[in-house]
Ligand binder design. Structure first.
Ligand SMILES: Nc1ncnc2c1ncn2[C@@H]1O[C@H](COP(=O)(O)OP(=O)(O)OP(=O)(O)O)[C@@H](O)[C@H]1O
Ligand SMILES: CC(=O)C(=O)O
Ligand SMILES: [K+]
Ligand SMILES: [Mg+2]
Length: 588
C-alpha cells in the first residue's frame, strides 16, 4: 500500500493530505488541495525541504485569505492509507464518476447537456435531480425573473457543487434588445383566436391588463409598423395583420390563432420579408443587459451568452469589459447566432467569441424555417474549425413541455445534433417551465449515448479537415501534439486520453479532434474545470499537479485507482501543456 501523509492543525482537524511523500530529506511537497469542501484552501508553498525538520511552515491560501496554515512537525504529520488520499487529492463530478464505474470509459456520454432553469426547476431538490440526471451547465435567462431570483438559483447550484461534488457551470443569457411583448401582467399565457382584434401598445398597462391588449417593449414600435404589415409572435406561433394605427396603439387582426406567452419575441414582415432597419439601430447589449452582465460577473458565472449578436465588435467590447472588471477570473463569452446579421458575419463573430449557440428559436423567426438546418450544420462546422464549443438550442424536445415522451421527429432532431458532434444540447422551456424536466433531460442523455456509440462503432464519422488555429509557434506545437495524440488514441484503441492543462486550452484542442475514447482533463482550478464541462468528450478533474509529468502521472494513477475509476493495464495516452510530449502507457 502506498503511503501518504496527513497534516493536522493544532486543533487536529485534518487539513491536507500529501500523498506518497517519500520520507527522505529534500522533499518537494506537492501542491495539493484541502480535502474539506467547506474549508477549501490550497497549499501554495511548503517551506520545508526536509521532512525531518521539526518546524517547517506551510503556506496556504483559500477563502480569500493566505498565510501560514500550520507547521509541519513529527506530531502533525501522520501516515494514512492511500484511499483517503484519493478522496482528498482529486475532484471529479460525482455523476461522471458513477457512470465511469458502471459503464466503463468507452460508453460515457460525450455530448454535454444544458438545462434552462425556470419555475419548474429552481428548487434545490429539483436542481439536484437535474445534476444527477447529467446537467453539465445550468442556464439562467435574464429575459425572465428578477436578479434576486437568479441569485438564488446561482447560490443553490454552487451549494450543490460544494456539498454533493458536482461541477455544474452557470451560463447567464442576456435579454438583448430585440422587440418583444411585455410580461402579460402575470398571466402564464393568453389565447388569441382567429379574427380577433388585439391592440399592441407601447403604453405601460395598468393591472389587470386590459382585455386583448399587449404591451410592446420598443418605443418606436407604432412609428415603424405600417398598416398591412404582418406581425409574427415567436416566429409564427401566432400571426396578426396590422389594420390600424392610433397614436401609440396598433390594432391587429389575428390571422393564425395560438397561445401568446409572456415576453414572446415579435417580428414584423412587409411584402414577405423581415423588416430589420429598426432592429439594426437597437444595441445588442442594452443598458439593462450591462447591469445583468455586472451581476453575472459579481456572481462569478462561467459563461455569458449574448443574444442577437450582430458583429464581432460587440463580443470584443464585452470581452475587454469583462477582463477589466473581473481581474483574473475568466468568463467565457458565447455568441448566440439568432439573427440574419449574425449569419452574415459568422466567422468573425465566432473567432472573437469563446463559443457559440445555434439559437434556433429566434433564428427560425428571422430566416425561413427550412434554412435553419443548414445554418445549424454550418455553425457547428465553423465552430469546430475555429476550436470553439458549440451549443444546439431550442425546441429539441418541445412537446415534452406537455407530454412525458418525445415525438419521433424530436428524437431524430436530437440525434442529428449528436451526429454533427455538437459540444452541447440545450433544453429551454422543457426544463424551465415544462411538466417533465427530468424526463426531457433523460431523453437527451440516452439518445446522446446511443447515437454516439452507434456512430463510433460503425465508424460513420466523416473525417473533418481541421485547419490550423494556433497563432504562435508554441500553440502550433500544442495543436500538432493534440491532433497526433487523438489519432494515435483511435488507432491504438486506447482507453483514455489524459491531458494536464492549466488554462484548459490543450483539453479543448483534444476535444476538437472528437477522439473515440474519453478525455480526462486535469486542471488546477475549479473555474477552468467548470468551464471545460461544456466541451465535447471532456471529463474535467481538478487536481494539483507539478511540472514533473512522471510524478503527475503516478499521482493521478494512484488517485484514480483508489477511486476505482481506472485499473491496472488500462492503456492511456497523456499530453500536457507544461511538457510538450505524448506518452503512451499502461496503467501500472
Ligand atoms: N426565470 C424564468 N422565470 C419564469 N419563466 C421562465 C424563466 N426562464 C424561462 N422561463 C419560461 O420558459 C420558456 C422558454 O425558456 P427560454 O426563455 O429559455 O426560451 P427562449 O425564449 O428560447 O430564450 P430566449 O428568450 O433567449 O430566446 C419561456 O418562454 C418562459 O415561459
Ligand atoms: C435560445 C434562444 O435564445 C433562441 O433559440 O432564440
Ligand atoms: K435570452
Ligand atoms: Mg433567442
Amino acid at each position: 500500500m502506498s503511503q501518504s501523509l496527513q497534516f493536522f492543525t493544532p486543533s487536529r482537524s485534518p487539513y491536507v493530505i500529501l500523498p506518497k511523500l517519500p520520507a527522505t530529506s529534500n522533499v518537494r511537497f506537492p501542491v495539493i488541495n484541502f480535502p474539506s469542501r467547506k474549508h477549501s484552501i490550497t497549499i501554495t508553498k511548503c517551506l520545508s525541504s526536509d521532512l525531518d525538520a521539526t518546524s517547517s511552515q506551510v503556506l496556504a491560501s483559500g477563502n480569500g485569505q493566505s498565510g501560514v496554515a500550520g507547521v509541519l512537525s513529527a506530531d502533525n504529520v501522520a501516515a494514512v492509507p492511500s484511499h483517503d488520499s484519493g478522496a482528498a487529492g482529486i475532484e471529479v463530478d460525482a455523476v461522471t464518476e458513477a457512470e465511469l464505474k458502471e459503464n466503463g470509459f468507452r460508453s460515457t456520454r460525450r455530448t454535454k447537456l444544458i438545462c434552462t432553469i425556470g419555475p419548474a426547476t429552481c428548487g434545490f431538490e429539483q436542481l439536484e435531480a437535474l445534476a444527477v440526471g447529467g446537467m453539465n451547465v445550468a442556464r439562467i435567462n435574464m429575459c425572465h425573473g428578477t436578479r434576486e431570483w437568479h441569485q438564488t438559483v446561482i447560490e443553490r447550484v454552487r451549494r450543490l457543487n460544494e456539498e454533493k461534488g458536482f461541477a455544474v457551470a452557470i451560463m447567464m443569457d442576456t435579454e438583448g434588445s430585440e422587440i418583444h411583448m411585455g410580461d402579460l401582467g402575470g398571466d402564464a399565457s393568453a389565447k388569441a383566436e382567429d379574427g380577433e382584434i388585439w391592440t399592441f401598445t407601447v403604453r405601460a398597462l395598468n393591472s389587470p391588463r386590459p382585455e386583448r391588449t399587449i404591451n410592446v417593449n420598443y418605443d418606436g414600435f407604432a412609428e415603424d409598423v405600417k398598416v398591412g404589415d404582418e406581425l409574427l409572435v415567436d416566429g409564427g406561433m401566432v400571426r396578426f395583420e396590422v389594420i390600424e394605427k392610433i397614436g401609440p396603439d396598433v390594432k391587429c387582426r389575428c390571422t393564425d390563432p395560438g397561445l401568446l406567452l409572456p415576453r414572446a419575441n415579435l417580428t414584423f414582415w412587409r411584402d414577405g420579408s423581415l423588416v430589420r432597419e429598426r432592429n439594426a439601430m437597437l444595441p445588442t447589449i442594452s443598458s439593462k443587459d450591462w447591469l445583468d452582465i455586472d451581476f453575472g460577473i459579481a456572481a462569478g458565472v462561467e459563461f455569458i451568452a449574448i443574444s442577437f449578436v450582430k458583429s464581432a465588435e460587440v463580443i470584443k467590447h464585452l470581452k475587454s469589459y469583462i477582463a477589466a472588471r473581473s481581474r483574473g477570473s475568466d468568463i467565457a463569452v458565447i455568441a448566440k447566432i439568432e439573427s440574419i446579421d449574425s449569419l452574415k458575419n459568422l466567422e468573425e463573430i465566432i473567432q472573437a467569441s469563446d463559443g457559440a449557440m445555434v439559437a434556433r428559436g429566434d433564428l427560425g423567426a428571422q430566416i425561413p424555417l427550412e434554412q435553419v438546418p443548414s445554418a445549424q450544420q454550418k455553425i457547428v462546422q465553423v465552430c469546430r474549425e475555429l476550436n470553439k464549443p458549440v451549443i444546439v438550442a431550442s425546441q429539441l424536445l418541445e412537446s415534452m413541455i406537455e407530454y412525458p415522451t418525445p415525438t419521433r421527429a424530436e428524437v431524430a432532431d436530437v440525434s442529428e445534433a449528436v451526429r454533427q458532434r455538437a459540444d452541447a444540447l440545450m433544453l429551454s422551456g422543457e426544463s424551465a417551465m415544462g411538466q417533465f424536466p427530468e424526463k426531457a433531460l433523460a431523453v437527451l442523455r440516452t439518445v446522446s449515448v446511443r447515437i454516439e456509440k452507434w456512430w463510433r462503432e460503425e465508424k460513420r464519422h466523416e473525417a473533418m479537415e481541421l485547419p490550423d488555429v494556433g497563432t504562435s509557434f508554441s500553440d502550433s506545437i500544442s495543436e500538432e501534439i493534440c491532433n497526433s495524440a487523438a489519432k494515435m488514441a483511435n488507432n491504438l484503441e486506447v482507453d483514455a486520453l489524459f491531458v494536464y492543462t492549466k488554462t484548459g486550452h490543450m483539453a479543448s484542442l483534444l476535444s476538437r479532434c472528437r477522439p473515440d475514447c474519453p478525455i480526462f482533463a486535469f486542471t488546477t482550478t475549479t473555474s477552468v474545470r467548470r468551464r471545460l464541462n461544456l466541451q465535447w468528450g471532456l471529463i474535467p478533474f481538478r487536481l494539483s499537479f507539478s511540472d514533473d509529468m512522471e510524478s503527475n502521472l503516478n499521482k493521478t494513477f494512484s488517485l484514480l485507482k483508489a477511486r476505482g475509476m481506472i485499473k491496472s493495464g488500462d492503456l492511456v495516452i497523456a499530453v500536457s501543456d507544461m511538457l510538450q510530449s505524448i506518452q503512451v502507457m499502461n496503467v501500472p
